[in-house]
Design a binder for this molecule. Structure first.
Ligand code: LHQ
Length: 258
């Protein structure tokens, strides 16, 4: 069904694998469409309770396929509005935890898409390159939004202005990734992490995601009000009742995502 990505479902996890390994999984128009469609599909499917985004082969994603923009006069504003921005908005609006399993280099918009995911885990072989400056461009696809929010303004400006490569170890040190796994076991460990998230109260996680991202752009009283609204919704879920019941019965809760 898809040509530039693979979409697989296992143990409540949708694995979306960008699949143009010979091009370091660089983005094409087709890939944007397919990624958007895959996230929509995963968001709609009640059996899916977490999403792992990863890359086939040596790279995670090297950003825009530069052979597609070479020598042409392209309206980059329109290019972003049509292709990249809807993809980043779809990721943000997907009310399930999204884990970027960064298996290799993530460069340019390939780094931005990892930043737009909720949690990043990396292989020791992974690296991050804010490659835009290297071709005289500005971080896009949410790079100017997420990077300073994740690593702080000083580090974000440094990475964007120099375009220097960040190793997995350094990415962990600056809080860009949450876990680093050995390359030999990376796929299993990243999947185990995503599977663990798929056993948690999915509706509450969706509300956590929405409320926390909204909170970044609201003042305290607005955030308190939004928390009250979100808590009312979470308090009405089956998983909340199960969580309380399990606590009182001193057992592990059996969350179903409802
Ligand atoms: C690629 C690419 C690539 C095609 C590696 N395209 N083939 C928005 C608005 C409008 C226009 C522009 O774009 C954007 C968003 C953006 O993403 S802009 C930023 C675009 N990305 C870059 O500038 C990164 C370019 N790539 C690199 O700097 C390096 O390839 C990295 C650091 C990713 C990896 O370096 P190495 O590990 O040394 O690998 P390599 O350079 O040898 O690449 C491996 C192959 O992948 C190679 O093909 P080949 O046939 O020679 O083996 C590359 O040509 C190909 N490749 N990135 N973006």
């Amino acid at each position: 069904m898809y040509e530039t990505i693979q979409y697989e479902v296992m143990d409540g996890v949708a694995v979306i694998r960008m699949n143009r390994p010979e091009k370091f999984n660089a983005f094409t128009e087709q890939m944007h469409k397919e990624i958007i469609s895959a996230f929509k599909q995963a968001n709609k499917d009640h059996n899916i309770r977490s999403i792992m985004l990863t890359g086939a082969g040596r790279a995670f994603n090297a950003g825009q396929d530069l052979s597609d923009v070479k020598g042409e006069t392209i309206d980059y504003g329109g290019f972003l509005r049509d292709r990249y921005n809807p993809m980043i908005m779809q990721i943000q609006q997907t009310e399930k935890p999204i884990i970027a399993a960064v298996n290799g280099v993530a460069a340019g918009a390939g780094m931005s898409i990892a930043l737009a995911c909720d949690i990043r885990v990396a292989s020791q072989k992974a690296s991050f390159v804010n490659a835009f400056v290297g071709i005289g461009l500005v971080p896009d696809s949410g790079g100017c939004y997420f990077l300073p929010r994740i690593v702080g303004m000083g580090k974000a400006l440094e990475l964007a202005m120099t375009g220097e490569k960040v190793s997995a170890e350094e990415a962990y040190r600056i809080g860009l990734v949450s876990k680093v796994f050995a390359p030999e076991t990376f796929e299993e460990e990243a999947f185990a992490y995503a599977s663990k998230l798929a056993t948690l109260p999915t509706k509450a996680i969706g509300l956590i995601k929405r409320t926390m991202y909204k909170g970044m752009n609201m003042n305290l009283s607005e955030t308190l009000e939004y928390e009250a609204f979100a808590q009312e919704a979470a308090g009405n879920t089956r998983d909340h009742k199960e969580g309380i019941q399990a606590f009182l019965e001193k057992r592990t809760p059996d969350f179903t995502g409802q």
